[in-house]
Design a protein around this ligand. Structure first.
Ligand SMILES: [Zn+2]
Length: 309
């Protein structure tokens, strides 16, 4: 990181403080938005507004008071029951809030809290975009688990928004060093390059899963892959690029296969939605692409029996 050299010691100390305070903020803010993710996952499939009316108890329909709507804390204090009717409130609400808080904390740690990074506006912007993506992918995953479909309002919106968003915040797609892939001609400005890579990513993500679906339905004689997955990997490809989209698909297929086999053995149920695994792979690639690449190189060298010089 060349910009690190330009910072003085007091600046580095200020960045470190900002980064540490930011971590606490990131968790609390994430848990709050996790509460909103619960609302979206519940209302979006029913075509209801996600902003009004206020949340109600699922059993007695009493509106939830603001004091009883503090993420995690309220659920713990009320021992998982409604204040009015004492009906059980699923622990899933609190778990989603904690999970979103942790993802927010983790992405902040990776993108903003590193040495000197907290003084870089691009790092904060990248975190905001990653945060919005994380929340929408979490909502999409919950909807896929509950209703076995991925909502167009997230996937199609994401496919269109991706090239424009990464043109404004190229750090999301190209990393902090704004590295443009080798296959792109190098003479265009960074925003345009980012938008073009993003467009290719949408096409590659949607295309590869669509092609697999066509082949799968020929081979197995029934629909192997839903069209929701096509649009979802299209959206993801818009933020991780064409190569990233393939890595996401491989990761999702691998983890999904393991989880699917475990589920079949435990419950005898053969259906498992693919959306949550795509979301998991997308989050991993978005934040850890260089680490994943290193791990893959180490793994393939290990398979071939030692480093080749
Ligand atoms: Zn109630």
């Amino acid at each position: 990181m060349p910009e690190l050299l330009a910072l003085t010691d007091p600046q580095l100390a200020a960045a470190a403080t900002l980064g540490t305070v930011g971590l606490v903020f990131a968790f609390l803010f994430g848990a709050n938005i996790g509460s909103f993710v619960n609302v979206v996952a519940h209302r979006l499939p029913m075509e209801l507004s996600v902003v009004k009316p206020r949340s109600r108890c699922p059993a007695c329909r009493t509106p939830v008071r603001a004091i009883d709507n503090i993420p995690v804390l309220s659920w713990v204090l009320l021992q998982g029951r409604c204040r009015g009717c004492k009906g059980r409130i699923s622990p899933r609400y609190a778990l989603v809030e904690i999970f979103m808080g942790l993802l927010s904390l983790h992405s902040f740690f990776v993108l903003v809290a590193g040495p000197g990074r907290a003084l870089d506006g691009g790092a904060w912007m990248a975190w905001v975009v990653v945060f919005v993506l994380t929340a929408s992918w979490l909502a999409a995953s919950l909807i896929d688990l509950d209703h076995t479909f991925l909502p167009d309002r997230i996937t199609i919106t994401g496919m269109w928004a991706a090239p424009a968003l990464v043109a404004f915040v190229p750090e999301v797609l190209l990393g902090p060093e704004l590295r443009i892939p080798n296959w792109m001609p190098l003479d265009q400005p960074v925003p345009l390059a980012a938008a073009l890579v993003s467009g290719c990513g949408v096409a590659a993500g949607a295309g590869v899963i669509w092609a697999l679906g066509v082949i799968g339905s020929r081979v197995f004689g029934k629909e192997a892959m839903g069209f929701g997955d096509v649009k979802f990997l299209g959206m993801i490809g818009g933020f991780v690029g064409p190569g990233g989209a393939i890595v996401v698909l491989v990761l999702a297929a691998f983890v999904g296969a393991v989880a699917g086999i475990a589920r079949t053995l435990l419950t005898g149920d053969r259906y498992i939605p693919f959306g949550p695994f795509l979301a998991l792979g997308a989050y991993a690639v978005l934040l850890h692409r260089p680490d994943l690449l290193d791990a893959w190189i180490d793994f393939s060298e290990w398979v071939r029996g030692g480093r080749a010089y």
